[in-house]
Design a protein around this ligand. Sequence first.
Ligand SMILES: NC(=O)c1ccc[n+]([C@@H]2O[C@H](COP(=O)([O-])OP(=O)(O)OC[C@H]3O[C@@H](n4cnc5c(N)ncnc54)[C@H](O)[C@@H]3O)[C@@H](O)[C@H]2O)c1
Length: 340
Amino acid sequence: MVDLRGFYSGRTVLVTGGAGAIGSHLVRALSDLGARVVVLDDLSSGRLWNLPGRPDVWFVRGSVTDPDAIECVFEDRPRTVFHLAALFANQNSVDHPERDLEVNGFGTLRMLEASVEHGVERFVFASSGCAFHEDGLPLPVQEDTAAIHPVTPYQITKGLAELYCRYFQRQHGLQTVRARLFNSFGPGEVPGRYRNVIPNFLYLAMTGQPLVITGTGEETRDFTWVGDIVDGLLRAGAVEAAAGEALNLGSGREVRIATLADLVIRLTGSTAGIRFAARRGWDVKTRLVADISKARRLLGYSPGSVSFEEGVRRTFEWMRENWDRIQWESEWGTTGHDGA
Ligand SMILES: NC(=O)c1ccc[n+]([C@@H]2O[C@H](COP(=O)([O-])OP(=O)(O)OC[C@H]3O[C@@H](n4cnc5c(N)ncnc54)[C@H](O)[C@@H]3O)[C@@H](O)[C@H]2O)c1
């Protein structure tokens, strides 16, 4: 079994997108393990207040597409790169396809090139499980039989970035791991028109509005506690056998959207109920769940540290504690939620 503390202690690690919903937890976990962490983030969807203010965490505000910012974060010679920066997610990419290609495609290429140039040992890419499944194909989604089935620019560029990871491993010998994340949730995600369903349902309930289900409510997703995703990413960066692999990081469990809505109503005491709206054109997956046996076997990944209900309750608690900031910063719209 991998010794994460032994591996990361004293190691310089670069996290792009480190001020984001997942990245901020990853940065904290790396710092807890004794790593020196460099964060590159343009704060387009991340929050500086989500990052731990510690002497071993260095923040650089800049873009993964900007050569000067990239040069600056490689000055400290990181040995491991976690590349999480992205235009998030499906609906955002439908509205802004060029920006999606620039950040998620070109930005990833630039980070891979810089990683080779500066002798990085391993590059862990935050890919998305939603790009590798379509209705009618077998579930749970397995890595090795999955093909790219894009219905949004975001899914196209996650697939493209994975292809670049494979190419850089083959051509330049850079170890890459394609971590396919499934619907992360937990404290740290500020609701908004392009954000995930859990913070958005909580926000609607907390502001006395009905929860908007885009579909029938029978749709399912594989909601994964952010702490489990971070544990999987840490392992993906450290376990030797992960090099070159695609690995699903999900919970391996399906939850109906209607079940989630009932839970949110119960936890918040909302009396505003549920409103049904038409599904968006791209939102065509009725079910999504990951097969996580490969990550279990290769990484020792073992999600379930926090139950689904407890995770939603902790997310609600965090939103209550940070309510002033959240109300101020949510760019709330009416387009529903995402399905990354
Ligand atoms: N949250 C999920 O359910 C989920 C599911 C699948 C994949 N992912 C992937 O995991 C990664 C992290 O997701 P998240 O939920 O934390 O999203 P997030 O939006 O909270 O984090 C992304 C971070 O990247 C930063 N960023 C955006 N463009 C940038 C740029 N050009 N240069 C530098 N920084 C930039 C943002 O400011 C933000 O801090 C993303 O790559 C996302 O696509 C997330």
